[in-house]
Ligand binder design. Structure first.
Ligand code: B12
Ligand code: SF4
Length: 531
């Protein structure tokens, strides 16, 4: 049977990396079936085109996964496919949180033949076999023999054959730059960011977050060896294709068990499996100097920190008092001393926020080593404690905001501000943080760092700006480049005088890791073939 896994585009950015669920389910598909993948972010297709593709390729099952913000698009696509007679199974966080909606059990239209609740690692093979027999059930739930919810162990994690997969659509180097890079003999003809999970689950239960509810507070890890092997295979691929690969550890809190994270990082270093990596770690876990040393040594470059607010009262209101704003600066400096920087995420519209929150936050940020800040408004995702509380308090203004999704628009009434005020605080924070002046100031703060390092920072800033300001198409990039002309031209000048052979960095970009021991020590394993 031919199966198509489809991820709808998010409508805002062209995503910077593949979605792991598609590759994971592909690797978990029983033998005898062929799985095709389409990510709408990199391969945009209209609904009729997708239906035509499914019919022409004799697709017998389409699996669609979506976060809440993409669900309306996912339903539309599912409706079109089902109207053409192609069975659809939907999975992922949203359908798990609002299962009746996809099945039309809430009085609305039905969008899916079947849904997979929660983690589908163990139910997916069963879904495939049922579909092949034409006997899809409506709901697939991971349960044990006694009907109790069962979380898959990650000890038997499948091997995702990254080395043989076609991931060309996710290359982050634009065509025109590829030629220049080739001309200069760099290994930057391709640059991919690959998602890897090392564990699942976070017990902290922040009020707005779906993770504790979805993955449970039982934390599970893959074996260090299986992660090291995956990194080695990626490293070989990068080497063979003269490209760069960085890894995004998609765990919600990569250092939730500090002892285990240290052991993993040591294993990575010992095997020479270092690749540049990004991960999400909460600020409280970054107090440990040895952990931060290992992060830097194993290739850690950017750490995503959910700071949320600089106001302890706000943090308490969303059950996140383990974040201590008074220690944010020390945490960021500890990272910066090792050339590791932070992506700091803030939420406006929390219950104790009042007008001026953007400027108050920005003035703190200005005191810190340069970070990549991201801002959003508090969003009540379904099935979170926040959603339930706001509903009880009668404050939800758009209880099904996902069916009418518009980026950066609130769905509830804040306490001390109006909706409009929160939205303009978010806009102000983005504008100020990514203005040409802010970019020059950030680059100036790291002027002592090697030029390539600063180029990486500049490029990252330009991409991050696109999370808020639509930046699709060549013209948008031309305008952005012109606006940041001063910063760009001074870096270009320095790179011609100091890089790649000069004194300013020896050709290393921020996404490189030191060469010592960087050749894979184990031959990559043979990819699993499924036919
Ligand atoms: C990586 C990630 C991202 C990436 C996404 C890009 C990418 N290419 O992956 C980035 C960093 C860009 C991102 C951004 C955002 N993210 Co995010 N992100 C994650 C994260 C940390 C990991 C996702 C992952 O790969 N997990 C591992 C895989 C294996 O798990 P999975 O996707 O859930 O898949 C399993 C099951 O769900 C199921 N499944 C999934 N799909 C399907 C489909 C079928 C057919 C079937 C059968 C089964 C199935 O099977 C899989 C195996 O068990 C998750 C949290 C988490 N731990 O999952 C949050 C999460 C998905 N993100 C979330 C949010 C809210 C966002 C943002 C909206 C945040 C913001 N305020 O801006 C943005 C929006 C992004 C966008 N532009 O659309 C929420 C979503 C909640 C919801 N109900 O929608 C999550 C759950 C985190 C949270 N705090 O609650 N995110
Ligand atoms: S620490 Fe992060 S992943 Fe864990 S519950 Fe809080 S927001 Fe969610």
């Amino acid at each position: 049977m031919k199966i198509l896994l489809y991820n709808p585009d998010n409508g805002v950015t062209s995503n910077f990396m593949p979605h792991l669920w598609m590759f994971l389910l592909q690797a978990l598909t029983p033998r005898g079936h062929e799985v095709l993948l389409i990510d709408g972010n990199t391969k945009p297709m209209s609904d009729p085109d997708l239906v035509r593709f499914a019919l022409e390729n004799d697709i017998r099952l389409v699996g669609i996964g979506a976060m809440t913000r993409m669900i309306a698009k996912a339903y539309r696509v599912a409706d079109a496919l089902r109207a053409a007679g192609v069975p659809v199974v939907m999975g992922g966080p949203h359908v798990t949180e609002v299962p009746d909606e996809a099945l039309g059990r809430d009085g609305g239209p039905r969008h899916a033949d079947a849904i997979a609740l929660g983690e589908a690692d163990e139910t997916w093979p069963c879904i495939v076999e049922d579909a092949a027999r034409g006997q899809l059930k409506e709901v697939y739930k991971p349960v044990d023999a006694l009907g109790q919810e069962r979380k898959p162990s990650l000890q038997e994690y499948p091997q995702i054959p990254w080395e043989s997969l076609d991931i060309g659509q996710f290359n982050r180097i634009p065509n025109f730059l590829r030629r220049i890079m080739k001309h200069y003999g760099t290994e930057w003809e391709t640059f991919h960011i690959i998602p890897i999970e090392s564990g699942r689950g976070c017990p902290y239960g922040c009020e707005f977050c779906t993770v504790t509810g979805f993955f449970g507070d039982s934390i599970r890890f893959r074996s260090n060896q299986s992660i090291v092997d995956e990194l080695l295979r990626l490293k070989s691929r990068a080497h063979e294709t003269r490209g760069k690969i960085a890894v995004f550890f998609v765990d919600d809190n990569f250092a939730i068990n500090v002892k285990r994270t240290k052991a993993l990082l040591r294993a990575i270093i010992a095997a020479g499996a270092e690749l540049s990596w990004v991960a999400q770690i909460s600020a409280n876990l970054l107090r440990d100097e040895e952990l931060v040393d290992l992060i830097a040594e194993s290739g850690g470059k950017w750490i995503f920190i959910g700071m949320e607010s600089i106001d302890p009262a706000n943090l308490a209101s969303v059950n996140k008092s383990f974040n201590k704003p008074a220690e944010y600066a020390a945490v960021l400096e500890r990272l910066a001393r090792r050339k590791v920087y932070a992506i700091t995420s803030f939420i406006f519209g929390l219950d104790n926020d009042s007008t001026g929150v953007a400027e108050r936050t920005l003035s703190q940020i200005r005191e810190w080593p340069p970070v990549l800040p991201v801002f959003g408004q508090l969003t009540p995702f379904p099935a979170t404690p926040l959603y339930d509380r706001l509903k009880k308090e009668g404050r939800l203004t758009r209880p099904q905001h996902w069916l009418d999704f518009t980026p950066f628009h609130m769905a509830h009434t804040p306490l001390k501000m109006t909706i409009r005020e929160v939205e303009s605080e978010v806009e102000h924070a983005w504008k100020k943080s990514y203005s040409p002046t802010a970019t020059r100031t950030a680059l100036d703060a790291i002027r002592h760092e090697p030029v390539p390092y600063r180029i990486s920072h500049l490029v990252s800033r330009m991409f991050f700006r696109g999370i808020y300001f639509p930046q699709k198409g060549a013209w948008a990039w031309v305008k952005l480049t012109a606006r940041n002309g001063r910063a760009i031209s001074s870096l270009i000048w320095e790179s011609f005088t100091g890089w790649p052979n000069g004194t300013h960095g020896g050709g290393l970009l921020n996404f490189d890791v030191p060469r010592s021991g960087s050749t894979p020590t184990t031959a990559p394993e043979t990819p699993v073939r499924r036919e």
